[in-house]
Design a protein around this ligand. Structure first.
Ligand code: DAH
Length: 397
C-alpha cells in the first residue's frame, strides 16, 4: 500500500521519531522503484509538489498541528526531513543519469565508483545537449573555457598602485556617491566658488530640501578620500586612492562620463615640494621607463597651494615630438605629455580635519588612470575600454 502521511495524535518526540522513520522507509522504497525519467518526475512531485506533496503535508499535518510547546522539536525535524527528501530526489535522478552512461562503458561501469564521476557536470552537460543521452563520444574535443584577463584600466591601476605600495603607501578607498561636503567644501571649494565649475558634476535628484553640504552627488574626483582618511588617521599619512569618478562629459574618443583616477597623499612633518618632485619623478620612471623626464608647471587647485601640473617626456617619441618623418600624435609634437595634477596640501584643508598646519605639511596628486592606459597601450578611443567588446579586451591578456 502506498504511503500516506498520518495525522499525529501523540505529539511526543518519540511518536514523531516513529512517524518519520516510517516516512523515510517509504521514501527509500519508492526511490528504488523509480526506473525512468517519467517515473522520477511522478516520484519528485509526489514528495515535493507544493500542492499536496508529502513535504507540504507533513508541514500541515505535523508541524502546524503541533501544540506550541512541541513546535521547536517538530520544526527541526520537519526541516531535516525536507532536506533529506530533497536530497533523495536528487540522488534518484543521478542514479538514472548514471544508468544512461553509454553501453560500451557498461562492462567497466560496475568498477567505476559513483564518486569518481562528476555527476553534477555530467547531468548539466546532458541537459544542455552536450552529451547525447545514448552515446558519449570521448574523442570529441572538450568544451573550451576561455581564460579571463585583467581589464587594461584595472591593470594600469594595479601598476600605479604597486609603484606607491613599494614606497610604503597604503591603499584607501571611498564611496562613489559622495556628499557635497567631501567632494567640494572640505577640499576648500566654498559653495558657489567658480572652481566647482571646472568639474561638471552629476547630482543625485531631489536633494533640494537638504542643507547643501549633505546633498549627494557622484564624486567628480578621488580627492574626497583624502579628507575621509585624514579624519580617521593621524599623521604620518601616506596613501594612494584608486577609484571610479563621474563627470557630466558627453562621451567621445577622449571623454567618458565614468572614468578612473589614482590619487595620492603624503602628510608628515617637514614634507616639502622637493619630496613631491622626487616621489613623482621616481614613480613616472617606474611606470614609463627610467629614461623619462618630468617637468612641473604652475597650476591651480583649491586644495593645494602651490599647485602644479606634471608633464612626462613623451615615452612614445622619446621627447622628440616626431616618429620618423611623422608627427607624434600622443604628445601633439611637443615631446611632453600632461599626466597629473599635484601640489602642497593647502593649510585650509587641514582645518577641516583637525590637523595642525603649523606642525605638518604634505603633498597630494591625482592622475587619470584611463588616460595613462590609453597612452601605455596606444588605444585611440576611451570608449573601447567600456563597451565590453571581448575581442578588444582579450588583446590585453
Ligand atoms: N582632483 C583633481 C582633478 O580631478 C586632480 C588633483 C589635482 C588631485 C591636484 C590632487 C592634487 O590630489 O593635488 O582634477
Amino acid at each position: 500500500m502506498a504511503y500516506t502521511v498520518p495525522k499525529l495524535k501523540d505529539h511526543s518526540a518519540k511518536a514523531l521519531d516513529k512517524a518519520s522513520d516510517n516516512l523515510l522507509a517509504a521514501l527509500e522504497k519508492e526511490s528504488k522503484a523509480v526506473k525512468n525519467e517519467e517515473e522520477w518526475k511522478i516520484f519528485r512531485d509526489r514528495w515535493m509538489a507544493r500542492k499536496n506533496g508529502v513535504l507540504t503535508q507533513i508541514n500541515d499535518l505535523w508541524l502546524k498541528a503541533a501544540p506550541v510547546e512541541a513546535k521547536p522539536v517538530f520544526g527541526q525535524k520537519v526541516n531535516w526531513l525536507k532536506k533529506h527528501v530533497e536530497g533523495m530526489v536528487e540522488v534518484t535522478n543521478k542514479r538514472l543519469l548514471f544508468a544512461q552512461l553509454p553501453a560500451k562503458h557498461v562492462k567497466s561501469k560496475k568498477k567505476i565508483k559513483v564518486e569518481t564521476i562528476d555527476l553534477d557536470a555530467f547531468a548539466r552537460d546532458l541537459k544542455h545537449g552536450l552529451i547525447a543521452s545514448q552515446s558519449l563520444d570521448i574523442t570529441l574535443p572538450g568544451i573550451r573555457r576561455p581564460l579571463g584577463s585583467e581589464h587594461p584600466v584595472i591593470k594600469t591601476i594595479h601598476e600605479i598602485v604597486s609603484v606607491f605600495r613599494n614606497l610604503g603607501y597604503s591603499v584607501q578607498e571611498g564611496p562613489v556617491i559622495e556628499t557635497d561636503y567631501y567632494n567640494f567644501e572640505a577640499l576648500n571649494f566654498p559653495p558657489n566658488h567658480p572652481a566647482r565649475d571646472t568639474q561638471d558634476t552629476l547630482f543625485i535628484a531631489c536633494q533640494e530640501s537638504k542643507p547643501q553640504r549633505e546633498r549627494l552627488l557622484l564624486r567628480t574626483h578621488t580627492s574626497p578620500v583624502q579628507i575621509r582618511t585624514m579624519e580617521n588617521m593621524k599623521p604620518p599619512v601616506r596613501i594612494v586612492i584608486p577609484g571610479k569618478v563621474h563627470r557630466n562629459d558627453p562621451p567621445d574618443a577622449s571623454h567618458s562620463p565614468m572614468f578612473h583616477q589614482v590619487e595620492g597623499l603624503a602628510v608628515d612633518t617637514n614634507i616639502t615640494f622637493c619630496d613631491l618632485k622626487g616621489t613623482l619623478d621616481h614613480a613616472m620612471k617606474a611606470l614609463f621607463g627610467s629614461s623619462v623626464k618630468t617637468s612641473f608647471r604652475p597650476s591651480f587647485f583649491p586644495f593645494t597651494e602651490p599647485s602644479a601640473e606634471m608633464m612626462v617626456s613623451c615615452f612614445i617619441c622619446g621627447g622628440s615630438g616626431k616618429r620618423g618623418a611623422e608627427p607624434c600624435r600622443p604628445c601633439k609634437q611637443t615631446g611632453w605629455i600632461e599626466i597629473l595634477g599635484c601640489g602642497m596640501v593647502d593649510p585650509n584643508v587641514y582645518g577641516f580635519v583637525d590637523y595642525d598646519p603649523k606642525k605638518v605639511s604634505g603633498f597630494a596628486f591625482g592622475m587619470g588612470a584611463d588616460r595613462i592606459a590609453i597612452l601605455k597601450y596606444g588605444v585611440d578611443d576611451i570608449q573601447l575600454f567600456f563597451n565590453g567588446d571581448v575581442r578588444f579586451l582579450e588583446q590585453f591578456g
